[in-house]
Design a protein around this ligand. Sequence first.
Ligand SMILES: [Mg+2]
Length: 123
Amino acid sequence: MYEDAIDPRRVAQMIDEYFKVRGLKKPTPEQAVLWAMTELGEAADELLRRSGPWVRNNPEKMRSFDRAAFVEELGDTILMLLIAAHELDRSNPLVAMVSKIERKIAEEVHARVAERHADSGLT
Ligand SMILES: [Mg+2]
């Protein structure tokens, strides 16, 4: 189940299924990025509750921080970002993220090894 969340083929299937089953119109990549921003705003709204209480325009929205709601809004944000890439060319930003992390770690390790060799006089 959790492995499915980063399996590019499974993510693509889930996105297609999500829209098909719910009968929703798929956003364009541009619209999906804008939707991601609104979802991030919802996550930020939830997070602000940790440092409240704040005076809100809508008193019915005054409640304490809900960890599950916060995490769900982050999930909504990630979903919209996945949809943006999916609708562009069926790519997956999680794959790009993992590749970049691996590349940066490898570059750092390579730089440290080269630095140690330089310090020790090895070439
Ligand atoms: Mg949401």
